[in-house]
Design a protein around this ligand. Structure first.
Ligand code: RI2
Length: 306
């Protein structure tokens, strides 16, 4: 197997590379590296090696459909070319276009989402979403006066990354523990979270605990926004496929010997938030209702119910 494929897959699996957008671009860039360095000219062997590379990348983290969409976008048409060189050129072009569009989408989401932050607002965010952080930083750049509560997001504590990023940008930021969410929601005006996957019926699959923020926001009449590029929309869910909720090692939750050996540890790292608790999804195509996801999915991916 190609070293760049194995190295990238391991970096995604270990969360050295994390964040749904970043892992999608990493998958696309790994395939670009695979294509650039592939030495053989036998088409059948190339296709077999390419399939193995695809499967290795897709197996690295199962929940974020962004990785699947990044890989599929990079491979579009690559199994149908008449030569290895033609496939190589196609993968190089597809991969570059996906990564360019991914970054452009993030810039657009920051500009659109920043309009929803007003002077005097109190904003809450969860985990570490480059989309949510981008919106907050853009609003700050525009000179808006507001403050942010960021959750610690156990067990991986990605909230530490978020508060560091926001503090470095000069944003008034407070770290809270996850169990403080409902209490702090009372003094919150808007919630911005990222997305790993958005289903065809508008549900949000995101870091574990997101659904608790949404539930508390719904109770407190606080606006709840999911911030996601459309390549995080899952075409597989159109046909009823369930999104796999990744469970990670117990060592991320407890230290060795900390609990009796007979105690089990359940460590799901994503959860699902129903569309009813989402006020809007902020995408590069604009602010949409969860109910609009199907139409955009068909438009973007050309999927039509058979
Ligand atoms: P961006 C992250 O998962 C969080 O769930 C975050 O909300 C989501 O990916 C989207 O991140 P993890 O990789 O694409 O930390 O908005 O498990 O950066």
């Amino acid at each position: 197997m190609s070293s760049i494929i194995d190295t990238t897959a391991e970096s995604i699996r270990s969360m050295e590379i994390r964040g749904a957008g970043r892992i999608a671009r990493a998958g696309a860039e790994a395939l670009r590296g695979f294509a650039e360095t592939y030495a053989g000219n036998d088409l059948a062997s190339f296709r077999a090696d390419l399939k193995a590379a695809e499967q290795t990348l897709l197996a690295s983290r199962p929940t974020a459909v962004s990785l699947w969409n990044g890989v599929q976008s990079s491979l579009k048409g690559a199994y149908k070319t008449e030569s290895v060189d033609a496939a190589r050129e196609l993968i190089l072009a597809n991969s570059r276009q996906f990564c360019k569009r991914s970054l452009e989408a993030g810039d657009m989401i920051a500009r659109i989402g920043a309009k929803r932050i007003c002077d005097g607002d109190t904003v809450m965010t969860h985990c570490n979403s480059s989309m949510a952080v981008g919106i907050i930083e853009e609003a700050h750049r525009q000179g808006k006066e507001f403050k942010v509560y960021a959750t610690e997001s156990r067990p991986w504590r990605q909230g530490i990354i978020t508060v560091t990023q926001l503090a470095e940008a000069g944003v008034d930021t407070t770290l809270i523990i996850d169990s403080a969410v409902r209490s702090v929601m009372k003094r919150t005006d808007k919630v911005f979270v990222g997305a790993d996957t958005v289903t065809s019926h508008g549900a949000l699959i995101n870091k574990i605990g997101t659904s608790q923020l949404a539930l508390a926001a719904h109770e407190a009449r606080v606006q709840f926004y999911a911030c996601a590029e459309t390549y995080k929309f899952s075409p597989m869910t159109l046909y009823g496929d369930m999104v796999t909720i990744e469970e990670r090692d117990i060592s991320e939750v407890v230290r060795p010997g900390e609990i009796p050996a007979s105690v089990k540890v359940f460590n799901p790292v994503f959860d699902s938030t129903p569309a009813a608790y989402i006020d809007a999804i902020i995408t590069e195509m604009g602010m949409i209702s969860p109910g609009s996801v199907y139409g955009i999915m068909v438009e973007q991916f050309g999927y039509k119910e058979e």
